[in-house]
Design a protein around this ligand. Structure first.
Ligand SMILES: [Zn+2]
Length: 207
C-alpha cells in the first residue's frame, strides 16, 4: 500500500507575474512547502509535475501564436521547456520530490497522468502501478484545469483521491468550485490541511 502526494504545476508561469499567472499561486507554493515540512515523511512517494512545452511550435494548437488566446483551448505562450517560466516557483521546496513529471511536450496536456518521468521516461500511470500506489493526495495549480484533470484521472485509475482545498489555486472561482464538485461526484474527496490549524482533520482520507 503506497500513499502518494501529487504536486501539480507549481511553476513560475502559473503564479503571479507569470505568462498565465494565477492569483494565489505563490501563496500556494509556500503553503505546500509548509505542508511538506510537516508531512513529507508520511508519504511513500512524492511527485511533482510541470507543463513543459516545445519552444518551436504551437504544441498541438495549445499556444495561440496569433496572440489571441481563447483561454479555453488556446493559451498565451507559457511553460516553455528549460525557460524560467517552466521552473518550479522558488517558494516550493522540492528536496522531498521523488519523481519529476513533465507533460505537454508538443501537445496540450492538463493531467499529470499525460506526462512522463523526466528521468526514466515512464508514465505516471506506470509509476503508480509499479509502486502500488493506492491513494493520492493532490495539491497545486490550477484547480479548474490541471488539478481537476489530474484528480479525475487519478479517480479513474482507481486511486483513493483527496484534494487539499487550501493548497490549490484556481484561475476563476466558479469553474474551480465546479471542478471540486466534479471530483467529489466522481468519487474523490476534498478538505483542508492542517497548515493553518496544526490540527489534522478528523475523518479525512488523508494522513
Ligand atoms: Zn500548457
Amino acid at each position: 500500500m503506497t500513499r502518494a502526494l501529487m504536486i501539480v504545476d507549481v511553476q513560475n508561469d502559473f503564479t503571479e507575474g507569470g505568462a498565465l499567472g494565477v492569483t494565489g499561486g505563490a501563496r500556494v507554493a509556500s503553503r505546500i512547502t509548509n505542508f511538506l515540512e510537516r508531512h513529507a515523511d508520511e508519504y511513500d512517494l512524492i511527485v511533482a509535475s510541470r507543463d513543459w512545452h516545445d519552444a518551436d511550435n504551437d504544441n498541438g494548437g495549445h499556444f495561440a501564436l496569433d496572440g489571441q488566446p481563447d483561454f479555453v483551448t488556446t493559451w498565451p505562450v507559457h511553460c516553455v521547456a528549460d525557460t524560467p517560466g517552466a521552473g518550479y516557483h522558488p517558494d516550493l521546496e522540492i528536496d522531498d520530490v521523488d519523481i519529476h513529471i513533465r507533460k505537454g511536450m508538443g501537445v496540450p496536456a492538463y493531467s499529470a497522468f499525460d506526462g512522463v518521468d523526466a528521468a526514466s521516461g515512464a508514465s505516471l500511470a506506470d509509476i503508480c502501478a509499479k509502486r502500488r500506489v493506492h491513494a493520492m493526495d493532490i495539491v497545486g495549480i490550477a484547480t479548474d484545469h490541471c488539478v481537476r484533470a489530474t484528480a479525475l484521472d487519478a479517480v479513474a485509475a482507481g486511486l483513493d483521491v483527496f484534494v487539499f482545498e487550501d493548497l490549490i489555486a484556481g484561475v476563476a472561482a466558479e469553474p474551480s468550485a465546479a471542478a471540486l464538485d466534479e471530483i467529489r461526484a466522481a468519487g474523490g474527496h476534498t478538505g483542508v490541511s492542517d497548515v493553518d490549524t496544526g490540527i489534522e482533520q478528523p475523518g479525512g482520507a488523508q494522513l
